[in-house]
Design a protein around this ligand. Structure first.
Ligand code: DQA
Length: 143
């Protein structure tokens, strides 16, 4: 199974940023560990601070990948255009967040993307990404 992880704005500075919410590990180190652990999954990762780049990644992924794990970060709470891109493609998307957005400010409780996602995983630290991938593997089983 080929899965693309798409990370949005400010997730390139994980490990340095608001450690109480996001921890101390940077995403590239976590990604290396994840790929090592989940050897049966072909993982790719892109990060962008720009809304348009994220939309292009979502559009292009639909022809090259089986599923997307999307952390649109701050754009989750603002972007109708990213939500439209998720709605437009046929491969499933799981929305993830590192922090528990429901335990934070009220503006983080709204997601424009969630209605078009297969599901949402929020609040498990970087493990949220692994849980999303394991969910796709579980859903892929014929049981
Ligand atoms: C985040 C939560 C968002 O509210 C925030 O803007 C982020 C990261 C998370 O992974 O917890 O940048 O998506």
């Amino acid at each position: 199974m080929k899965i693309l992880i798409i990370n949005g704005p400010n997730l390139n500075i994980l490990g340095k940023r608001e450690k109480e919410y996001y921890g101390t590990e940077n995403f590239n180190d976590y990604f290396t560990r994840l790929q090592f652990k989940l050897k049966d999954v072909e993982l790719s990762h892109v990060q962008s601070n720009s809304e348009g780049d994220i939309i292009t990644s979502i559009q292009e992924a639909s022809t090259n990948f089986h599923a997307i794990v999307l952390n649109a970060a701050g754009y989750t709470h603002t972007s109708i255009a990213i939500a439209d891109a998720v709605k437009a493609i046929s491969i499933p998307v799981i929305e993830v967040h590192i922090s528990n957005v429901y335990a934070r400010e009220e503006f983080r409780h709204k997601s424009y993307i969630a209605p078009y996602a297969k599901g949402v995983i929020t609040g498990f630290g970087l493990k949220s990404y692994e849980l999303a991938i394991l969910s796709f593997l579980e859903l892929d089983k014929n049981d």
